[in-house]
Design a protein around this ligand. Structure first.
Ligand code: HSE
Length: 418
């Protein structure tokens, strides 16, 4: 695309993000980008934009030779995939914010980019306003990226903040997140961890060249967290956050998951409140770096779309360097995790599967234990999400094989067992 050429946009979707982009573009004339037409599902709905912009006929956008960029910000992932495929095959660049669609269709999307040579950019799909995809793609060398730990879903972080700081009920906090335009139209995707997991799947591709279907990652949301868990966290001066984590193990393979976690007061993620997101990256020589910004909402998400539009001016494309130009990393489930588990009845907990148990509070109204278990027990089973059980990973939860024996001995000595 010529750097001076007008970007003529066909926009799919006029919800929180689509309308946000429309407003943001009105305030950025220097970008020389304008929306020619907007395709929406419900043409009768009253919109805050001239009626002649709108249509419900997608072909009017996809087959318009003037339109050189399609921006797709709808929440139906199958329809989004069809739009993206047709647009790229018709020689148009595409900017998208559909994390579910991208995570679930990654292999086809990679093929489409190779076949058509068109740019397909989606910075808005993970951590909204934080430029994390482009940084992972461009800045961090494969060998040097030791770990990433992040809050990637604004709604659940908003809900946890409002519940534990303002003592709001879960359902009221969720309602507020919906009213503010942070939540997905199906809020189950936020609350039960699907959205965070989709984002993590695509960030793993840019960070480590791991192109795993999100269904193959272990994840959970915040739906099982109880007031008793918050009380334990407070007593220990921890916060509870929905944390996405990835760590390169000694054997070079990557451990990755999205599960609620206790976070210490001095962890940068403990400062991430409300709809903000944060990403802590540890890399060789640079040590720790922290990215912080709004992870949901109309303008923050539109700002990432805007940045992608401006990148199209210089033909920017993701190269998927870690996937194509390096040896991609492999995901592994062969490690251990230290977990906190609260439950109603011990019979629902396979406690014999634990390597060892460090704390055991059987007398509390809400019983809980802290112990170490092989990650496969979580990856391959769902007992930890059922029967009112709440599992929260301990701070620094990952324990590698090589450390296990030493840690077990130390823990049993401390407990006076050996
Ligand atoms: N529902 C998403 C969130 C929107 O709360 O993070 C931004 O992707």
């Amino acid at each position: 695309m010529d750097a001076h050429k007008q970007l003529t946009i066909g926009l799919f979707g006029f919800g929180v993000v689509g309308e946000g982009l429309y407003r943001v573009l009105q305030q950025t004339p220097s970008l020389k980008a304008s929306i020619k037409r907007v395709c929406i599902k419900h043409p009768d709905k009253k919109r805050n934009a001239p009626a002649e912009l709108f249509t419900d006929d997608k072909e009017l956008l996809l087959n318009d030779a003037d339109i050189n960029v399609i921006v797709e910000v709808i929440d139906d992932s199958n329809a989004a995939f069809d739009i993206v495929s047709a647009a790229m095959r018709n020689g148009k660049a595409v900017v998208s914010a559909s994390k579910k669609m991208i995570a679930e269709h990654l292999p086809e999307i990679l093929d489409l980019q190779l076949q058509t040579g068109e740019s397909f950019l989606y910075e808005a799909a993970a951590c909204a306003s934080i430029p994390v995809i482009r940084n992972l793609e461009e800045y961090y060398d494969n060998d040097l990226l030791h770990s990433m730990k992040a809050i990637v879903n604004g709604s659940t972080n908003f809900i946890l903040t409002r519940m534990f700081e303002d003592k709001l009920e879960f359902k009221d906090a969720l309602l507020l997140a919906q009213q503010l335009g942070f939540a997905e139209s199906n809020p189950k995707l936020d609350v039960e961890g699907y959205d965070a997991n989709n984002k993590w799947a695509l960030l793993l591709t840019h960070a480590y060249g791991i192109a795993e279907h999100p269904a193959n990652l272990a994840f959970n949301g915040i739906q099982n967290i109880q007031a008793g868990d918050a009380a334990v966290a407070m007593e220990k001066h921890f916060e509870i956050k929905l944390v996405a984590q990835a760590k390169k193990l000694v054997n070079g393979k990557v451990a990755a998951f999205v599960i609620p976690q206790f976070v210490k007061a001095d962890d940068p993620l403990s400062f991430v409140k409300n709809e903000y997101n944060g990403v802590v990256i540890e890399s060789g020589f640079a040590d720790k770096q922290f990215f912080y910004g709004k992870g949901a909402g109309s303008f923050p998400t539109a700002s990432a779309v805007l940045s992608d539009l401006s990148a199209l001016r210089y033909h920017y494309k993701y190269e998927y360097k870690k996937l194509y130009h390096h040896t991609p990393h492999e995901l592994t489930n062969d490690f251990y995790v230290r977990v906190y588990l609260s439950f109603d009845d011990l019979k629902n907990i396979p406690h014999e599967k634990f390597e060892w148990i460090e704390e055991w509070h059987a007398q509390e109204a809400r019983k809980y234990l802290v112990g170490v278990i092989h990650f496969n027990e979580l990856r391959n089973n769902s007992w930890w999400k059922e029967n009112n059980t709440s599992l929260i990973l301990w701070t620094e939860p990952i324990i590698e094989d090589v450390e296990l024996r030493k840690l077990k001995k130390k823990s049993l000595e401390l407990a006076g067992i050996i």
